[in-house]
Design a protein around this ligand. Structure first.
Ligand SMILES: CC(C)(COP(=O)(O)OP(=O)(O)OC[C@H]1O[C@@H](n2cnc3c(N)ncnc32)[C@H](O)[C@@H]1OP(=O)(O)O)[C@@H](O)C(=O)NCCC(=O)NCCS
Length: 151
């Protein structure tokens, strides 16, 4: 099932975010450098739209939508490594798309992990730019995607 996030979910969602990010095999130094952005606080959950996926009482995924200056954007999308490729990412993104539709938004922005691009393109997201995102002294960029809502 998918339910709204609550402030009490913060520690569980932080652990989920870190485990999901690590599933791509990034170096430990990069994962340590990303810890601040992989921390989901109670305040974050109160400020933004957060949906949590649960299976048999366990949290297996989450998605958040932030009110960005350039429009609404996916802030976090994480599926627990043991539950990936079982349709949870699709269910969570579908939930975000329904939320966007009900708010009459025309698009969602996604600053994507490069490894997740094939997942988003399955839903029609298109690559619109590359955004510099150096980590631990290494030059790196992230693909910025745009997912049109309602065609
Ligand atoms: C990306 C992520 C959210 C996908 O979630 P998931 O639950 O594994 O994906 P689903 O099982 O719902 O897959 C939905 C579709 O996308 C495809 N897909 C999922 N991951 C894919 C990948 N890495 N490469 C290519 N296709 C992928 C599936 O095959 C499926 O296609 P189908 O409709 O033809 O069956 C998940 O792998 C994850 O959390 N990754 C690590 C963290 C991350 O990078 N998050 C995104 C940050 S921007």
């Amino acid at each position: 099932m998918i339910r709204p996030g609550t402030p009490n979910d913060a520690p569980t969602l932080t652990a989920l975010a870190r485990a999901a990010k690590a599933s791509w095999g990034y170096p430990d130094a990069w994962l340590r450098a990303w810890e601040p952005e992989l921390t989901i606080t109670a305040e974050y959950i109160q400020r933004h739209t957060v949906f949590v996926a649960e299976s048999e009482g366990c949290v297996v995924g989450m998605i958040s939508i932030e009110d960005g200056v350039d429009g609404p954007e996916i802030g976090h999308l994480w599926v627990d490594p043991a539950s990936q490729r079982a349709g949870w990412g699709r269910r969570l993104l579908d939930t975000a798309i329904r939320h966007a539709t009900s708010n009459h938004w025309t698009a969602l922005r996604i600053l994507s992990d490069p490894n997740a691009v094939p997942f988003y393109t399955r839903f029609g997201a298109v690559h619109v730019a590359d955004v510099p995102a150096p980590v631990a002294g290494v030059d790196r960029s992230l693909p910025l995607l745009r997912l049109s809502i309602g065609g």
